[in-house]
Design a protein. Structure first.
Length: 229
């Protein structure tokens, strides 16, 4: 007998002997969250309260199913892993994920905890939600590098505009110098506007790819559900 089909580990010897003895007398005994039918209850309560990482919520779940809350949480994570599901904390959007990063950082600083924490968020195609990670994503690195390069160019151009404006303010410069300065200011301002538009497009493309990824995953999931039917 196994403690859970999802865990696929043998029971401790003492519990195995107890189970064997009870079964010999015709008493059927079930071990594990799935065998005892608790998975639906747990998932309904997690959906209701919205967090799988809160000890308070697991205490409520433990009382509901008659388990130690820490044991229930441990075996539920094992169950998810066995089904190829996500076991990380989930967030509805990148913004909510990064808000939690700030919260964790603030808490660790207050506690004097030097432990490294996740600093980035990524979209998961398995659950269609966001998770935290310590590793910067490759796609993000490419996009961030392009944006950083453009922003650095804008910074340089703005510095040149400021210098030209100071030149423009000097009354002793010839009119032709002022005219050239005005033309250069307009030219650089146009370049800055163009670079800002490129940055905006990069961000929109990134968001569009995420949305398409979500829609594709939903179609795949629907196709799998239709096949099962």
């Amino acid at each position: 007998m196994k403690s859970d089909g999802e865990i696929n580990k043998p029971l401790p010897p003492a519990i195995q002997r107890l189970a064997d003895a009870m079964e010999k007398k015709g008493v059927k005994i079930k071990f594990g969250l799935e065998q005892q039918g608790h998975i639906d209850t747990i998932e309904k309560m997690l959906d209701e309260f919205g967090s799988a990482t809160s000890e308070y919520i697991w205490e409520k779940i433990g009382k509901e199913i008659g388990w130690c809350h820490k044991t229930a949480a441990f075996y539920y994570i094992e169950y998810l892993r066995s089904k190829g599901k996500c076991v990380k904390a989930k967030y509805a959007s990148e913004r909510f994920a990064m808000m939690d990063v700030k919260r964790i950082k603030k808490r660790n600083e207050a506690d004097g905890n030097p432990r490294k924490i996740p600093e980035y968020a990524y979209f998961c195609t398995i659950c269609n939600l966001w998770h935290l990670t310590k590793q910067k994503q490759k796609g993000d690195e490419k996009s961030d590098k392009a944006i950083a390069t453009l922003e650095e160019k804008i910074k340089t151009l703005n510095s040149e505009i400021d210098a030209l404006k100071r030149l423009h303010s000097k009354e002793d410069k010839a009119d032709r110098v002022l005219v050239k300065a005005d033309a250069r200011v307009k030219e650089i301002a146009g370049q800055v506007k163009k670079q800002n538009e490129i940055i905006k497009k990069l961000r929109e493309d990134s968001e569009g790819l995420i949305c398409k990824n979500i829609q594709l995953q939903k179609k795949i999931d629907q196709h799998e559900m239709d096949k099962d039917k």
